[in-house]
Design a protein around this ligand. Structure first.
Ligand SMILES: [Zn+2]
Length: 197
């Protein structure tokens, strides 16, 4: 599993407790040419500043949310996406703004209300796509057989290979987070910053 280290989209600290997100992708190496600029092999020393300054205290949360949305951008469109996050989080703001799917949120994927809603919406009672929080194993157990689990950052609890293979679940990582950030309007970004704890 990738960690957030070694990725070309990073938090850069500014004076006075603020920070910006900077994209260091070179745009011309093999990874960049393959649409995986996040894994640029020749990152620029002076990257491209993608955001207005945000409070340093929320910069990492915003970066993690962008990574999770970028992982979601890699999977086929589907009717319903389940996101393991709080309803009022920056991740919720960004997924709702960018995904064309119906978005259901729950911090606990075994939540009764979530399960009841999924039974109503999906023949299998499970979503085809789940955006994991830290607990990837819970997301793998919650997703439909043959589905996709989007993993933005470091995983706290990983499923075994057997669990993945038996249920034919694919784990999906972000490839181009800067492209996602480019699609976020100033208004949505402000809402995401405000929502970050
Ligand atoms: Zn590159």
């Amino acid at each position: 599993m990738n960690s957030t280290q070694g990725r070309s989209l990073e938090v850069h600290r500014l004076p006075h407790g603020s920070a910006v997100l900077v994209d260091g992708a070179c745009g011309s190496c093999g990874s960049c040419m393959a649409g995986a600029g996040l894994h640029c092999t020749r990152p620029l020393a002076e990257g491209r500043v993608l955001t207005e300054p945000v409070p340093l205290a929320v910069a990492e949360e915003l970066l993690a949310a962008i990574f999770a949305v970028a992982a979601l951008a890699e999977v086929p469109e589907t009717d319903t996406v389940v996101v393991a996050a709080q309803d009022s989080s920056s991740l919720a703001v960004l997924v709702r703004a960018i995904s064309p799917s119906r978005v259901l949120l729950a911090t606990d994927l075994r939540d009764d209300t979530l399960r009841a809603e999924l039974s109503r919406l999906e023949p299998s009672g499970r979503a085809r796509v789940v955006v994991a929080g830290g607990d990837v194993r819970a997301a793998v157990r919650a997703v439909r057989r043959g589905g996709y689990v989007c993993v933005g950052g470091p995983a706290l609890d990983l499923p075994s290979v057997t669990e993945l293979v038996q249920r034919e679940v694919s784990l999906v990582s972000p490839r181009d987070a800067a492209a996602v950030l480019d699609r976020v309007s100033a208004q949505v970004w402000s809402a995401a910053v405000a929502a970050a704890a």
